[in-house]
Design a binder for this molecule. Structure first.
Ligand SMILES: C[S@@+](CC[C@H](N)C(=O)[O-])C[C@H]1O[C@@H](n2cnc3c(N)ncnc32)[C@H](O)[C@@H]1O
Length: 302
């Protein structure tokens, strides 16, 4: 029989310290958030500033700005020189960086992101694939397709279909490997590029969890590029959670908080998607519910 040992004095100090860290851990994201609100990464990108100088630029209270910046030193976000000037560290610089640019510089985290997304949304992906009709479609582009999981399901469901996984150049090796693993190499091209510049021509574009990453202007640019590249009679299928009425916003309202914190994106209501489509020269033709939280919004050229 084993008996539980009571902690000795040193261990007791350790457990109190551990618990203290647990109950105060919420301080850290609050400090990080305030550092972003004060645009510290931008202000300190070109060189050091005193807390007063930052306060002047931000029109913030100089005393509290100083206290915040001092706390940032403890977290390794700032250093301070002997003249009281604060300097940003490489850790702070990660907050100024666009999310996908950050992943481009950190290949193993980019791989984890793509694979994590694929596995956490795999049920949603198969639900979306079930409702997207590819009858008569020759070529489909999985735009920002990551590992290409949605495209692969569409190809598996339609043996005459060909497809392209289009994603940032740093992501496509993962898509190529996954395509080979699924035995779909002969019907799949993997193309690296930037959907703000141009997209390949095709008759169906699937955009799963793409628009929710971006602000309206960026979404309209992506959709316009699809609209301009699509073959006559082509179609777009946007796969996203749709925010419901204010009295019943549904689970998308929580995901919206995630988008607010991590990227310049947001979850949207159907009328907000309609506005984006219309601004890109497109017209909604269908909203297809799935058995997951996501819906498929289909659109064609106006
Ligand atoms: C939220 S993930 C969605 C991935 C995939 N569609 C899914 O649902 O699993 C967004 C994807 O957009 C890609 N992406 C971001 N910016 C891009 C750009 N400028 N051009 C092409 N792809 C981009 C990312 O690399 C990432 O794979």
């Amino acid at each position: 029989m084993t008996t539980e040992q009571e902690p000795g004095p040193t261990q007791a100090a350790d457990v109190y310290q551990q618990m203290s860290m647990m109950v105060t851990s919420h301080w850290i994201p609050q400090v990080v958030r305030a550092a972003v609100d004060l645009s510290l990464p931008d202000h300190l990108a070109e060189g050091g500033l005193t807390a007063d100088e930052v306060a002047q630029r931000e029109d913030s209270a100089s005393g509290t700005t100083f206290r915040l910046m001092r706390a940032c030193v403890v977290l390794g976000l700032l250093t301070v020189d002997t003249e009281g000037r604060f300097h940003g560290t490489s850790l702070l610089a990660t907050l100024g960086t666009d999310f996908f640019d950050y992943l481009a510089k950190h290949p193993s985290q980019a791989r984890d992101f793509s694979e994590g997304l694929t596995s956490t949304t795999s049920l949603w992906t198969s639900d979306a694939a079930k409702v997207i009709d590819t009858t008569g479609v020759k070529l489909v582009v999985d735009l920002g397709g990551a590992t290409g999981s949605l495209l692969h399901l569409l190809l598996e469901g339609n043996p005459s279909l060909r497809g392209i996984v289009f994603d940032r150049p740093n992501v496509i090796d993962g898509a190529a490997a996954e395509t080979a693993r699924k035995g779909l190499k002969d019907r799949t091209d993997v193309v690296g590029g930037d959907f703000f510049q141009s997209v390949p021509s095709a008759d169906l574009y699937v955009l799963k969890m793409i628009l929710h990453d971006w602000d309206d202007t960026s979404c309209i640019k992506i959709l316009t590029n699809c609209r301009n590249a699509m073959t006559p009679g082509g179609r777009i299928a946007v796969v996203e959670m749709i925010i419901g009425e204010l009295s019943d916003p549904g689970p998308a309202a929580l995901m919206d908080m995630n988008m607010l914190a991590a990227v310049p994106g947001q979850e949207r209501s159907l009328s907000e998607y309609d506005r984006l489509l219309s601004a890109a020269g497109l017209r909604r033709t269908a909203v297809l519910p799935t058995s997951s939280r996501q819906s498929v919004i289909e659109a064609v050229a106006r």
